[in-house]
Design a protein around this ligand. Structure first.
Ligand SMILES: [Cu+2]
Length: 134
């Protein structure tokens, strides 16, 4: 016969496992819709300015749509780069079409500029936005 302590341990660990599964489901990463427009600008859907707001350490799903250049003779390529967070994955090459990238906001509150670092043509110098962590 099993000892009462092991029965209790089994029940407690099952409970914790169940809670972990539920919390995982509740914490589905937020989806942020971003458009890299045909005139080389970032738009964040639902926001007047290209600003992403996140909580410290929040996991984000960036759903990025890249529109083809107006006079596209070569494939359209951009990047979404935060220079100070490059080593944490915030440097993705963007190609025409829609793709989702899972990235984690830094733990340090602040404003971080995201920008395109691929010379994409007119508008490139203004192709940026802000990640606001608070
Ligand atoms: Cu560019």
């Amino acid at each position: 016969m099993r000892r009462p302590t092991s029965v209790i341990l089994t029940i407690v660990s099952t409970l914790f496992l169940t809670m972990a599964v539920y919390r995982g489901q509740a914490a589905e990463p937020r989806v942020i819709e971003i458009i890299a427009t045909s005139d080389n600008l970032f738009r964040v859907v639902g926001s007047k300015k290209p600003v992403i707001t996140a909580r410290p350490g929040e996991t984000l799903q960036l759903r990025v749509t890249v529109q083809a250049h107006k006079s596209a003779t070569t494939p359209t390529v951009h990047s979404l780069t935060i220079k100070e967070l490059e080593d944490r994955g915030w440097n993705v090459l963007l190609f025409e079409g829609t793709k989702t990238y899972t990235l984690v906001a830094p733990e340090e509150p602040g404003k971080y500029v995201f920008e395109c670092i691929v010379m994409c043509g007119d508008g490139h110098d203004d192709m940026r936005g802000k990640l606001v962590v608070k």
